[in-house]
Design a protein around this ligand. Sequence first.
Ligand code: IZC
Ligand code: ZN
Length: 427
Amino acid sequence: MSGNLFVKNASQLITCSGFSPKRGKEMGDIGVIEDGAILVQGGKIQAVGKTDEIKALLPKGVSFETIDVSGQIVLPGFVDSHTHLVFGGFRADEFLMRTQGTSYMDIMKKGGGILKTVHDTRKASETELVLSAIKRLDTMLEFGVTTVEGKSGYGLDQNTELKQLRVMKMVDASHPVDVVSTFLGAHAVPTAYRNKSDAYLEFLEKSVMPEVRERGLAEFCDIFCEAHVFSVKQAERFLENARSMGFQLKIHADELSPLGGAELAASLKATSADHLLMSSDKGISALAEKEVVATLLPGTAFCLKEPYARARHMIHAGCAVALATDFNPGSCASFSISFMMALAVVQMGMTIEEAITAFTINGAAAIGRSHQIGSIDPGKWGDMVVIDYPSYDFIPYHTGINQVHLTIKRGNIVWQRQNGTCYPISR
Ligand code: IZC
Ligand code: ZN
């Protein structure tokens, strides 16, 4: 695993070049190089350009693994910037109940939904959670994901919140996919605090969050700002306190009701505001103005049968839009990147170029990593995905099908398709 790699003859090398999020019209510029090549040394990208140019730069006396990707395309590794990947149990029954007319909130009010997963996650051992998280990361790697964000929020008590975050640290260290952790203790009000949501937030601030910071278990803090969960006022105070403890901020905003979460994210200058299905025009303009990444989760709108976020309006307003899967046991149990891109293109009117930007450089920006990953630029980590078709048009067209041929992390091939079957080759 030297991290020395020469990739040549890409029918399209899509660089998504840039070190900061792309806003508005810029999202359409993905920097395509035909007959492209990349030189990676010690895991970092050294040079990017036409195959002939890059070949001439190969240093003598250093060995490089060479891969010929004729007839295929290369993109930056996908960044899935919003997931809840560590949890016990499943909620397949709820998916089917929703298709028959019961709403997400009705299920939650009856003790199902998040609280069901809280029960199962509290029961699960740390080892069980590590093993299931690794299996999920293996599948994400198959879809070309090289960095993922993961949230706690299925403990809602001190021990289990910390357990989830420790699991994320362990899998980050032992799996090729990088995991960036977010504290989401404010995901729901636990049964022990029923009708005492202020007291619950205070418990998180006084007892749990200082320990999370002290142990370096999460960079970001997030809250589910939603009717019947946490109000805008509560979210504002909570996130301000989180910032003062050193967390960067994210918010589940305007997912099911138009509370004004986007406006709050803008006033706090959060790193990202996520969901935004119901956001107002004012909220969207504020996100653009304050340069908050608008993270859209089309799989959730699909699974909940809710209207999609207004991506076109957001891009027109000058927002930096990111796309993510929201993978979780309730509202979206899919992490198919190609399916999410197809939804973005078919249902949200995004162009395929915008969707690619949203899953690469803008995804990286949503987790504060646009200087290190999310594009194929010299100086960044050599995280890439090779797709089995000659043009990026195939991604939404071959809907939901996994078209990934190779996933490359820091210049090493960490997953490859062989004989039409998918299996991880090394860890
Ligand atoms: O487990 O239902 N919306 N959190 C906020 C979720 C969906 C995840 C879940
Ligand atoms: Zn979420």
